[in-house]
Ligand binder design. Sequence first.
Ligand code: ADP
Length: 178
Amino acid sequence: MSESIPASTSPRIAVYAGSFDPITHGHTSILRSGLKAFDKIVVAVLYNERKKALFSVEERIELIKAAVVEMGEDPARITVDSFNGLLVDYCETVGANIILRGLRAVADFEYELQMANMNRHLRPHIETVFIMADDAYFYVSSNLVKEAAKLGGDVYALVPEAVAAGLKAKLLTGTSGQ
Ligand code: ADP
């Protein structure tokens, strides 16, 4: 009889960090797959003063929370937060030893590889794990969604419902997040 592998007692916590300006179905697709591999995922909005955003950090957090409700996943397994500074430091503060990243087109690869290597150099015990989005959302990015929406394009099937409503409201008022 084969011996069973002892289950690890500590929960596998992954941090999924990004701008999420706004969250798209590319992101929710990664989250859904990530939940198959990890017990908990911390979605962490990177707060970057230098980067001009359409949605404020607070708005992005609210939209992610609404997207999680729409996804119908157990909300206890996904927490939403924001951070600035080094991602590996943030991982330690939330007890995560996995960085979850999504892979899109080949264009993402080089930058992702550099970042994963740097993070491994900084904290060898933190592992970066890449997941591919559902192919329906492979080409979706927050930037493209915003650009298309601004020009009147119908992008609403590519984002959670709360984001579609948020985009409409933003584009009507013409305000930005920062
Ligand atoms: P962007 O603003 O470029 O859409 P973020 O900075 O919010 O992306 O990205 C956070 C993470 O989600 C990154 O790992 C990014 O590669 C991933 N991601 C975003 N959109 C997709 C997608 N459509 N497919 C796969 N991964 C994605």
